[in-house]
Design a binder for this molecule. Structure first.
Ligand code: GDP
Length: 481
């Protein structure tokens, strides 16, 4: 198939089968309705229950959004220091943290938590997310106003006394709802759900503790993880999650496509690149190379791994050793989109396919949008390029990702692509096998709790239900399948 985007009229699913709200102004956020021109239609339909839930959420958000009377009332109550059991608007504030992939996964997780608990999701205004993403909810904002009264919450960490874990540890709050209690709940609680959290923080994933949190109007949540798989293990939310996601391994696919629409400037980076380098190829292969090794690359064992995987899984053709190949004018073309912080892998693979013909007679063009050298999360143009590259990877037909990387998880989830994962090399050696096909398109939760809430003992949370399993690339992680 030719990759040139078809016209709008040929595609009737502009709203992604009802996933997207229709109220938005198209020009202010071109990506929202134009991305379908660049993608194959998703085989995964959102459930009608999810669509209903999203429309209800949108009206709740509009009612409680910053600058509404109800928001002002809730902020006044926060200033007064105590919560109350009957507030119309309850909130969960996502605190910005970590690399872009981690952020997108934790925002999606926090949004699902907001849906499950009838809370309104607001995003820390210091996060610079406004330059990257359009507002996801119609006629309102998800950005927390900068005059929010809790100070310096971006510095919250595992030691913060107002965290749920520390309050339980200090006995400042009971982790059981006591019907006889007359004490009003605190006005806010900090939820520390980062990779370094302790067993007390992890009580968040227990049913009884969820009941306690229900009565707290403001939750401030900081996480760099995709914690959705563990929400599926909390009995309270079981029925609702089944209704929302009858097909369980499409949670991030739907929520990601609902929430994350690149701003027009990022969309420019994406659409120009796609049209220039990818659109005309017969096939697009995405390859995300994330090397966690210290020191300067490129490393030969990583290059060997990439090539071994690509050849074994027939993602790229082998070279022809006889060299006497006559190219037909209409040779089939494959565009390889490689993303990496460094340029070495790209240069080697590009030269390889320039210097030698392929055994199949196919033409391979190799493209890498940027070589940023190292992670620079504070820099806006760096993050814009990172988002553009994640998005471009999600537009390919076949995808190779790197183990442990949330950058790749987001691309696979948005694209609905079941990637081949380059397994993590140990001792600077190419792993055998070099890669493994993922079980599902879902991201991996890297730091799940591993205990049984009821029995209060350690438990293998990857063996409790068939749809929550350990990940292919991280043995203690959890993912939906
Ligand atoms: P993870 O660390 O691989 O889980 O992914 P994150 O996205 O959370 O953090 C890595 C960050 O490093 C990204 O957000 C980018 O800022 C940067 N980065 C890593 N790989 C790439 C890449 O291939 N391209 C670009 N442009 N940036 C990258």
């Amino acid at each position: 198939a030719n990759g040139t985007p078809p016209s709008f009229s040929a595609r009737k699913d502009k709203l992604l089968h009802g996933l997207l709200a229709a109220e938005f102004d198209e020009k202010s956020c071109l990506s929202r309705y134009h991305s379908i021109l660049y993608r194959k239609e998703s085989p995964h339909l959102p459930s009608s229950y999810l669509l209903e839930k999203l429309r209800k959420y949108e009206s709740l958000h509009k009612k409680c959004a910053p600058n509404t009377e109800l928001y002002k009332k809730a902020v006044e109550q926060l200033k007064s220091g105590r919560g109350s059991q009957s507030t119309e608007c309850n909130y969960v504030v996502w605190i910005s943290y970590s690399g872009l992939g981690n952020r997108m996964l934790s925002i999606a997780s926090t949004f699902l938590y907001a849906l499950l608990t009838n809370r309104v999701l607001l995003i820390d205004s210091g996060s610079d997310m406004a330059d990257l993403f359009c507002e996801p909810f119609p006629e309102s904002s998800w950005i927390l106003p900068s005059d929010f009264p809790v100070n310096e919450f971006t510095k919250f960490d595992i030691k913060t006394r107002t965290s749920y874990g520390n309050m339980v540890k200090d006995k400042a709050i009971s982790n059981h709802v006591d019907s006889g209690s007359t004490q009003s709940p605190p006005a806010y609680i900090y939820l520390h759900l980062s990779h370094d959290y302790d067993d007390y923080d992890k009580l968040f994933f227990c049913e009884d503790d969820q009941k306690v949190l229900q009565n707290v109007p403001w939750l401030l949540l900081r996480s760099n993880n995709y914690f959705i798989p563990s929400l599926f293990l909390i009995p309270t939310y079981d029925v609702e999650l089944r209704n929302l996601f009858p097909v369980k391994d499409t949670v991030f696919h739907h929520l990601g496509r609902y929430l994350f629409h690149p701003t027009n400037s990022v969309w420019g980076l994406i659409s120009r690149y796609y049209q220039s380098y990818l659109a005309k190829a017969d096939e697009r292969v995405g390859m995300q190379v994330r090397v966690f090794e210290e020191g300067a690359g490129p490393f030969q064992y990583v290059l060997d791994q990439i090539l071994a995987c690509s050849l074994k899984e027939k993602l790229l053709p082998d070279l022809n050793s006889q060299e006497a190949v006559v190219l037909t004018p209409n040779a089939r073309s494959i565009a390889l989109l490689l993303t990496s912080l460094e340029s070495g892998y790209y240069e080697k693979i590009r030269n390889m396919y320039w210097e030698h013909p392929t055994a199949t007679g196919e033409i391979i063009s190799v493209h890498q949008p940027s070589y940023e050298g190292f992670q620079q999360t504070e820099k806006q143009t760096h993050n814009m390029k990172a988002l553009a590259e994640i998005y471009l990877l999600s537009l390919t037909d076949m995808l190779v990702t790197s183990a442990w990387s949330t950058f790749g998880y987001v691309a696979q989830g948005l694209g609905g692509l079941q990637p081949w994962i380059l397994l993590k090399p140990e001792n600077q050696t190419t792993p055998d096998p070099p890669c493994r096909r993922a079980m599902s398109i879902e991201p991996c939760f890297h730091a799940p709790p591993l205990f049984d809430c009821k029995a209060k003992v350690g438990a293998d949370t990857g063996a409790l239900v068939p749809h929550v399993r350990h990940c292919e690339d991280m043995s203690w992680g959890l993912k939906l399948v």
